[in-house]
Write a new protein. Structure first.
Length: 320
């Protein structure tokens, strides 16, 4: 090769490098060109951690792989997101991508289209029980706790209602009291704080940082501490999860993730997500054989949903 040709080749290589290196650097830095706005924009990502595994991800109708996985280099804006797998119910909603941020959907269960259930010969459900170590002093209505034979004072102020028939629920350092008048109180700084009325049932999340309760037609979630998982919820925030026309018989957490809640009515067992971004997905669980259900129990270790029928017989099945 002559010196002239070598110089021409070097010149062409230098021009290509100068033209494309900024583009490569922009891509490597997370930028993407927006042809509509005619400018470079910082991108964002989705990350999905779903049960079961290998759920198909669709963004604006286009296949983007399977879970558990991330979808990167997305321009800021609203996207239609679908998660689906054959034999399972589909999850879908519109979600926002923000520059330099990862929008996460995690701890989510897609239930089967139809769950096969089987009778259980012997089963003792570990249902939520009142804390028997707590008691009110009759004369003062001050709350005490039995601790190694000693009575430890738990509240400063007297309980504001009749103390007979109260139920105590605790998780870690948090304590909830359900009065006989169906009012729900939290004990905060040794003082009673009323957070709900007409309450029919209560359950703490498995990490003890959230509490759910239900009344005749609604299920509510209350954050006892800041929840930094997406979407962020501040301590003391209270969210209406579902409102139904049918009376609610029971509501329980789908633990250990605590990102969804089972609920039972006369007509169905439902599963609602907590994530309010783009609207909540609420699944209706289908069982075979079909039975009339009066109570539900979730086994977080074996991942079984237990159902008590009208004849006091337990059934169980895998929902995914």
């Amino acid at each position: 090769m002559t010196l002239k040709k070598r110089r021409i080749l070097f010149f062409i290589s230098a021009v290509i490098f100068l033209l494309f290196s900024p583009i490569i650097i922009f891509f490597a830095s997370g930028y993407k060109y927006n042809w509509e706005k005619n400018c470079w924009l910082k991108t964002g990502s989705f990350y999905f951690r779903i049960y079961p595994s290998d759920v198909e991800i669709l963004i604006n109708g286009q296949k983007k792989g399977v879970t558990n996985n991330s979808v990167s280099y997305l321009l800021p804006g609203k996207y239609q997101v679908e998660l689906k797998k054959y034999g399972y119910q589909k999850w879908q909603k519109n979600m926002m991508i923000k520059p330099e941020l990862i929008t996460e959907v995690s701890g989510l269960v897609l239930p089967l289209d139809k769950t096969k259930i089987f009778p259980v010969e012997k089963f003792n459900a570990l249902l939520e029980e009142s804390n028997s170590s707590l008691f009110f002093q009759t004369s003062t209505k001050i709350l005490y706790r039995r601790n190694k034979g000693q009575a430890e004072q738990y509240s400063i102020d007297p309980f504001p209602e009749d103390i007979s028939g109260c139920q105590f629920f605790s998780a870690g350092t948090y304590l909830a009291i359900l009065s006989s008048q169906k009012n729900l109180y939290l004990l905060e700084n040794k003082a009673f704080k009323k957070i709900a009325a007409g309450v029919q049932g209560v359950q703490f999340s498995s990490d003890g940082r959230k509490i759910l309760w239900w009344n005749k037609n609604e299920i509510w979630i209350y954050c006892l501490a800041d929840d930094f998982s997406q979407p962020f919820r501040a301590k003391g925030s209270k969210d209406l999860l579902v409102r139904l026309s049918q009376p609610i018989k029971q509501a329980i957490w789908l633990s250990p993730w605590d990102r969804q809640v089972f609920f039972l009515t006369d007509k169905k067992v439902g599963l609602s997500e907590l994530d309010f971004r783009g609207g909540r997905n609420i699944f209706t669980l289908q069982f075979t054989p079909l039975i009339s259900i009066q109570k539900i129990y979730w086994d977080k270790d074996g991942k079984y949903l237990y159902l008590l029928d009208q004849k006091e017989k337990w059934w169980r099945g895998k929902i995914w």
